[in-house]
Design a binder for this molecule. Structure first.
Ligand code: LMR
Length: 329
């Protein structure tokens, strides 16, 4: 048996063989920004369970939920510095690394999560997983959350005119910024961990998110109306540091890959149930009104957000947008 003593040199770690001693497990930190009882939270915990079962004594997977270790602003940098090994940012948060992934943010591109799933599984969708390798990021899987709804601190939220002049928290995405500008609203990029307080204190009037995030972050307690717009998607890419991944012992990489594939299937199966259950909890709490929209109302939101597509067509690529559109079947 050999002990691999780990000596940290700057951002990287060097393993030195020491004969006759037991090998310490490789510490694998998985940091994310949502609660444990969300699709992503459950996926991360399942990944830990499976990885440690497949690789007994070889890996120690540590999950840090709710921005405990790193929040939105820092997690990608931390991954590239080797301070964390897995993160799963929403697809909206990669636009500094690739313009292509912005395709997922185009409003009303996907009819539902099934369409998103089909696109992610397609040749084009799979190619996006490795599209940031040159920047040091390797995508291992897509994880679902769900479709986005729109919420505000106003009583009326039915037509696009109802958000005119309002301030909205958005994720760090230029597409989402353009989306709210197209509605004559004022978007503000803000880390997820700061949203509740910003809504509570009126720093912003509204936000867009899934039922699961609206429930687990208690946004429904500080918003008056949630309109069922389903205008976009919040899904994730689980990414690792490409250099760290390539440097893993082959058996560990294989075990982690298998654990990731199984955790992905598990989390993606759960996601819509969690969102449905959280929607019901919000309804039952009776704090925010859930505004159903007619087909005509939805068409009006779609029309108001339409200019965003043209604006980003050059960056994203027309072919990719067409491929994604086709997934609606
Ligand atoms: C948000 O920032 O609203 C979401 O991306 C958070 C998340 O990870 O679901």
């Amino acid at each position: 048996m050999k002990l691999f003593a780990t000596i940290a040199i700057g951002a990287f770690a060097l393993a030195i063989a020491v004969p006759g001693a037991a090998q310490a497990p490789i510490v694998v930190k998985f940091s994310h920004v949502v609660a444990d009882k969300t699709p992503k939270g459950q996926g991360a915990l399942k990944f830990k369970e499976l990885a440690e079962k497949k690789l007994p004594g070889k890996v120690d997977v540590q999950v840090f939920p709710s921005s405990q270790l790193f929040g939105d602003a820092k997690e990608l940098e931390a991954l590239l510095l080797g301070d964390v090994q897995f993160i799963a940012p929403s697809l909206s948060k990669f636009d500094r690394y690739t313009k292509k992934i912005q395709v997922f943010d185009l409003p009303f591109l996907f009819d539902d999560i099934a369409a998103v799933d089909r696109f992610q599984a397609s040749k084009e969708g799979q190619a996006l997983l490795t599209s940031m390798k040159g920047r040091g990021l390797l995508g291992l899987a897509y994880w679902h959350n769900g479709m986005k709804e729109l919420s505000t601190n106003k009583d009326k939220l039915v037509v696009p005119g109802d958000v005119k002049g309002l301030k909205f928290r958005i994720q760090a995405s230029d597409v989402l910024e353009a989306q709210f500008k197209a509605l004559d609203a004022n978007p503000q990029k803000m880390a997820f961990s700061e949203v509740y307080q910003a809504l509570q204190t009126g720093v912003v009037d509204g936000q867009e998110n899934t039922w699961s995030n609206i429930y687990s972050q208690k946004f429904f307690e500080v918003q008056k109306t949630i309109a069922e717009t389903n205008h976009g998607v919040i899904d994730y890419m689980v990414v690792t540091n490409a250099k760290w991944w390539d440097g893993l012992p082959p058996d560990v990489r294989k075990g982690l890959s298998e654990a990731m594939a199984e955790a992905t299937a598990y989390a993606n199966k759960l996601a819509s149930d969690i969102n449905e259950a959280d929607k019901k909890r919000i309804e039952d709490a009776g704090k925010a009104k859930i505004q159903k929209l007619s087909k005509a109302d939805v068409a009006a939101w779609r029309k108001a957000m339409e200019p965003v597509w043209k604006k980003f067509e050059g960056d994203i690529g027309k072919d990719l947008i067409t491929a994604a559109s086709k997934s609606n079947q």
